[in-house]
Design a protein around this ligand. Structure first.
Ligand code: SF4
Ligand code: SF4
Length: 358
């Protein structure tokens, strides 16, 4: 193995290396036995994700500047990724064991689907961060640490893992978790310091116990060290300022609202697009042929240039052609409307109301 650092400059004389070229170069160097990389990026995606060393044992180190989306996506145990500055969306998406350190802010969906490893962020993270985090008990618990705050809709459908939102320097905002966080959360724990509101009714807020405090104390030492902010340890360890959010245990679940009650009191009249769409809410059967069709194509010969595009594109071979007359065979046509869509001369008209045809 070769621990000499591979330095990759992705912009030369205004020529930008594509994501594909960069990932191919990294793969080539990994196969040559290199383990340490310094990458000066210009927005290339997926840097550091799904990489392993030639001997499948040695640790990998990626130091990255200016990455694109999905830095460290699906990154594996034994990989360390250090991002110098901020990073766009999907940092650590489906992290599978790597340690990912972002010395700045993250875009939306940081740690989305994270299933292993640790993600340390020295700033803020965007909307839907921590959503769908999960924990397979065969592997270590994934951790997601954020020094400041999160955007809205965080931790949606979280099924496992631990998130820590330190709320540092956020005293003036009303919620360090934004709005509508924890919707559908069924597992895991979120530790929060500072104000928060508008969390889903499927979670409950609890004070910390001794195990929580011990976890946070030891975790904060590592986190703050990795983001070069060890001086904040004393300020963040007043545990009266912290709370934890966990899913409501099944015994404490509120009585479930009936569907009719929900429709009456919570649902927007006529559905979520009811303001824009008129719908009689009839449920139609599966497409069928003949008289059961919902839509029936009618051919108008006026503009036809006999190009046969409709004839060749009908998925049912339903268009019949005889003496320059086209028609759709009732026993084959399912009323899909493709003939109407492909005709360059708008010769087909789809008629929706069966009564109109008969
Ligand atoms: S509506 Fe669909 S199935 Fe019927 S003739 Fe046109 S393309 Fe063929
Ligand atoms: S696609 Fe239109 S113009 Fe072409 S043959 Fe069919 S009906 Fe005529």
């Amino acid at each position: 193995m070769n621990n000499e650092t591979v330095k990759i400059q992705t912009l030369n004389n205004n020529n930008r290396m594509s994501t594909q070229e960069l990932l191919q170069l990294i793969t080539q160097k990994l196969e040559e036995g290199y383990t340490n990389f310094e990458i000066d990026g210009c927005g290339q995606h997926n840097i550091g994700g799904s990489s392993w060393s030639k001997d499948r044992k040695s640790e990998l180190l990626f130091k990255i500047k200016n990455p694109g989306q999905r830095a460290g996506a699906m990154a594996l145990k034994g990989t360390k990724i250090v991002i110098d500055g901020s990073a766009p969306a999907d940092v650590g998406w489906l992290n599978s064991g790597a340690t990912i350190i972002v010395k700045g802010d993250c875009g939306d969906t940081a740690a989305h689907c994270a299933a292993g490893g640790k993600i340390y962020v020295s700033g803020r993270v965007g909307t839907r961060s921590g959503a769908l985090m999960k924990h397979d008990p065969k592997f270590e618990v994934p951790e997601f640490w954020v020094l400041k705050n999160t955007g809205s809709f965080g931790f949606e459908f979280m099924g496992g893992g631990i998130a820590v939102v330190c709320g540092w320097d956020c005293e003036n905002i009303s919620s360090v978790l934004g709005s509508r966080s924890c919707v559908g959360m069924v597992g895991g724990t979120i530790y929060v310091r500072g104000n928060f509101n508008d969390i889903a009714s499927c979670v409950e807020v609890k004070p910390l116990d001794d195990n929580d405090i011990n976890f946070l104390k030891s975790g904060l030492v590592k986190f703050l060290n990795e983001i070069d902010k060890s001086e904040l340890f004393d300020k963040l360890t007043n545990f009266t300022e912290w709370k934890k959010i966990v899913p409501v245990s099944s015994g404490n679940k509120k009585e479930r609202m009936s569907v009719s009650e929900f429709r009456k009191n919570n649902w927007i009249e006529n559905g979520i697009f009811g303001d824009f769409i008129n719908d009689d809410f009839t449920v139609y059967p599966m497409p069928s042929t003949g008289a059961g069709r919902i839509h029936i194509p009618k051919w108008n010969k006026e503009n036809c240039i006999d190009c046969k595009i409709c004839f060749n594109n009908c998925p049912q071979n339903a268009i019949e052609y005889e003496n320059k007359i086209y028609h759709s065979a009732d026993d084959k046509c399912i009323g899909c409307g493709i003939c109407e869509a492909v005709c360059p001369k708008k010769c087909w008209e789809i008629i929706s109301d069966r009564k109109e045809i008969s």
